[in-house]
Design a protein around this ligand. Structure first.
Ligand SMILES: Nc1ncnc2c1ncn2[C@@H]1O[C@H](COP(=O)(O)OP(=O)(O)OP(=O)(O)O)[C@@H](O)[C@H]1O
Length: 211
């Protein structure tokens, strides 16, 4: 699905060869500042590499329109934005921005169940806890129904038990719907338990080259 060839970005990332397979759960681990977020940002063209090439479904990212790419490859940033308004407003905003068809309240409630958030759609999103806001943002990404979900520490604000439950639900969602999940996590436990592939980055380089 994604193929890296001699990719360099500033002096932050230097990846000779990397394949990320589709319909799999890939976890990216590594110490703080090693380049994990930078890697995710390359995948949906928020940034572009200085040299080398990244292919998505055999097509060079440089030849794919960024807006079009981001309809299929959606990123959840480390500190996602929550807007004033209801949970429903916050769920629909991703669809509105990407000019996708809006969905029914039933569908919205269904997605809240995937992220195990037991709240009403008309509750104020700003009153939610940090971990609950994180799950609203995650539900917003799921609603976009992308081929690839890029998640940057989606469970950083959750306790260990909730984290396990949410990631498990997310992995099941990925498998049931033939999605591709690429997730940065600080938790080696999560990575070892759920990932089909683990990418470890050290100072901008793959710990195990040529995966
Ligand atoms: N646009 C940029 N210009 C210069 N330096 C940058 C830029 N973006 C990131 N960096 C630096 O690159 C390094 C890697 O950043 P990145 O956010 O990818 O790390 P990370 O592995 O995701 O870290 P964390 O786990 O702390 O989120 C950091 O030292 C960061 O300061």
């Amino acid at each position: 699905m994604f193929l890296f060839k001699e990719v360099k970005y500033k002096d932050i990332l230097n990846i000779k060869a990397l394949t990320i397979k589709n319909h799999q759960v890939t976890c990216i681990v590594g110490e703080s500042g090693s380049g994990k977020t930078t890697l995710l940002r390359l995948l949906n063209k928020l940034i572009s590499c200085d040299s080398g090439e990244i292919l998505y479904q055999e097509q060079s990212l440089s030849a794919i329109n960024s807006v079009e790419l981001r309809r299929n490859v959606v990123m959840l940033p480390q500190s996602p934005a929550i807007f004033s308004g209801s949970i429903k407003d916050n769920l629909l905003i991703g669809l509105k921005f990407s000019e996708k068809q809006l969905v029914s309240d039933d569908k919205l409630s269904e997605v809240l169940k995937v992220v195990k958030l037991n709240k009403k759609l008309d509750e104020y999103a700003e009153r939610l806890s940090g971990g609950e806001k994180q799950r609203v943002a995650l539900a917003r990404v799921i609603l976009m129904d992308p081929e690839v979900l890029l998640l940057d520490e989606p469970s950083s604000a959750l306790d260990e038990e909730t984290e396990h439950t949410i990631i498990e639900a997310l992995v099941n969602y990925t498998k049931d719907n033939n999605k591709t999940l690429i997730m940065v996590t600080h938790s080696k436990k999560i990575a070892n338990h759920f990932a089909d592939e683990v990418i470890e980055i050290k100072k901008g380089m793959l710990f195990k080259e040529g995966m």
